[in-house]
Design a protein around this ligand. Structure first.
Ligand code: PEP
Ligand code: MG
Length: 556
């Protein structure tokens, strides 16, 4: 058994589907000669055909968002122009995998120079290249294997694009050997409601071997005995029984209201969340709509996307965040060039200030979607550090005709000056993922920094407390939309510190609602005091677990 970090609750038992990495050209392959040219060309064409067929087969089972990517890949693998370019490389004497590698490189440059839709396809083309090379080398194709039976996906780490391909119907669980608790793989897995464990260091497992995982405790058992499997299944049933409770709006036992909201990144997320008993959206990460784009999306495209999300929620509240590009969420069309330290560079609102054209276009689209739908919309900025930045942003949002404007508090400076910042805007939302990273000076993607990235770090709770105090002094609401909001124990602490709403992956709402309804506001305040008095994150968590009502233990 290996213990990693549980990042998406739930228990799963099933065969492993191992994600292979791209391998690159074979350094030991023979060159192509006039005598072998025809056989080499046939081998490459066969591999291209197999890859195209594989991608088409996957489309049948893939979620809607992933279908265009798979179709584009299949079309490129079947493009005679590509096969011809590879033949040219073979004629120069390159071995088969080297020829594929170099010819695709040329093709990718060509697509990039065309811009627009064609340039957006470069990532798909490189994926085709890696699959063809793996086939030619007799190795498993990289990326997610085609799931034919319900399986637990095991990977070194997963890019967000791969995670988006996960089909919850066949993906029972997800384990990564690397990756941090707030990596986008973890965030997206919990968004899809798939139990997940990251940092399962040392995990080695063959395709098809049975694995049992617990996304709360972080346990991963390879080849579990029948008794172990039964134990995991019992745990799953117990949780389900406790969570089968009410759909009432979020409130403490004594009736203090705390809105329970959803975090979303795509229209599919929006539809899934809207069908659930959430009170609205506390964070719509708009950059997820545009991750694979080379050119900025137009006002019309953006308006249609935002209006579709707003319509899904009808009269419920929706907080939309302007583009949070840069650092861990790079967007090609909003790239200001390499930076020595992107997490501390021109990202979030800083990028919006440097590229005001992109921000103004987005605000125009948000305003148009608002007019079309008459939704209860608010718009907030990511990575705000000062009151001056908040004022700069608020002026533009209000000028666009959007009535409610807020800021994310994810920089310690903003937390410490929340009162002054909130004097400029209507509300704040704590982004605890980045706040953690910046308070502890620990890269959120660096899973090996484990304890520093533990959201129970008392220093991070102190910074959150300062922000809540500032908001109370300004008389403005402050919610939480980082991963901490979806941790039932931390949710109690955050409410005790003064959070007015909690926004999380929709699958987490039920557990948070259940524990909140079992505690009074005073109890939440006591728990917050206990957590902040602790010396380290483990003590903080243990103190809260010991003092909270037993239901907390049943749901985590
Ligand atoms: C955060 O930083 O807590 C947050 C909610 O934003 P993101 O995870 O998208 O950076
Ligand atoms: Mg953030």
């Amino acid at each position: 058994m290996i213990t990693g970090i549980g990042v998406s609750r739930g228990v799963a038992v099933g065969p492993a589907a191992v994600v292979a990495r791209p391998v690159g050209p074979d350094p030991a392959e023979p060159p192509t000669t006039p005598a072998t040219l025809s056989a080499a060309s046939s081998r490459v064409r066969e591999a291209l055909r197999d890859v195209a067929e594989g991608l088409r087969r996957r489309q049948d089972r893939a979620p809607d968002e992933a279908k265009p990517t798979l179709e584009a890949g299949a079309m490129m693998a079947g493009d005679p122009g590509l096969a011809g370019t590879i033949d040219d490389a073979l004629r120069t004497g390159a071995g088969v995998t080297r020829a594929v590698h170099d010819a695709v490189g040329q093709y990718a440059d060509l697509l990039l120079s065309l811009g627009g839709y064609m340039a957006d396809r470069v990532a798909d083309l490189l994926d085709v290249r890696d699959r063809v090379i793996a086939r030619l080398r007799g190795l498993p194709e990289p990326g997610l294997p085609v799931l034919t039976v319900p399986s637990i996906v095991v990977a070194r780490d997963l890019a967000s694009a791969e995670t988006a391909l996960l089909n919850p119907a066949l993906c029972l669980g997800l384990v990564t050997v690397e990756g941090g608790p707030t990596s986008h793989a973890a965030v997206l897995a919990s968004g899809l409601g798939i139990p997940a464990v990251v940092q399962a260091a040392g995990l080695v497992v063959e395709n098809g071997t049975f694995v049992a995982i617990d996304g709360s405790t972080g346990q991963v058992v390879v080849d579990p005995t029948p008794a172990k499997r039964a134990e995991f299944r019992t745990r799953a049933n117990q949780r389900a029984a406790v969570l089968a409770s009410s759909d009432a709006p979020g409130a403490t036992r004594d009736g203090h209201r705390v809105a329970l909201l959803a975090n979303i990144g795509t229209l599919t997320d929006a539809r899934v969340a809207a069908a659930d008993a959430v009170e609205g959206v506390g964070l719509f990460r708009t950059e997820f709509l545009f991750l694979d784009r080379v050119d900025a999306p137009t006002v019309e495209e953006q308006t249609a996307a935002y209006a579709a999300v707003l319509r899904a929620f009808g009269a419920r509240h929706v907080a939309i965040r302007t583009l949070d590009a840069g650092a861990d969420k790079p967007l090609a069309f909003a790239d200001l060039g390499p930076e020595p330290n992107p997490a501390l560079g021109r990202r979030g609102l800083r990028l919006g200030m440097a590229r005001e054209d992109i921000l103004v276009t987005q605000l125009a689209a948000l305003a148009a979607a608002y007019r079309e739908t008459s939704a209860d919309l608010s718009v907030m900025a990511p990575m705000v550090a000062t009151a001056a930045e908040a004022a700069w942003f608020a002026e533009r949002v209000r000028a666009a005709g959007i009535p409610k404007v807020g800021v994310m508090i994810e920089v310690p400076a903003a937390a410490l000056r929340a009162r002054q910042i909130l004097a400029e805007v209507d509300f704040a939302s704590l982004g605890t993922n980045d706040l953690q990273q910046h308070t502890m000076a620990a890269d959120r993607l660096a899973g090996e920094l484990g304890e520093l990235l533990d959201p129970w770090q008392p220093a991070v709770l102190d910074v959150i407390a300062a922000a809540c105090r500032g908001a109370a002094e300004a008389g403005r609401p402050i919610g939480v939309c980082g991963e901490s909001a979806g941790d039932p124990g931390l949710a109690l602490v955050l409410v005790g510190l003064g959070a007015s709403s909690l926004s999380m992956a929709v699958q987490k709402v039920r557990a948070v609602r259940t524990v909140l309804a079992a505690h009074t506001l005073d109890q939440c305040r006591e728990l917050a005091g206990l957590a902040r008095s602790a010396v380290g994150p483990q003590d903080a968590k243990a103190a809260v677990l010991a003092a909270a009502r037993p239901v907390l233990r049943d749901v985590i």
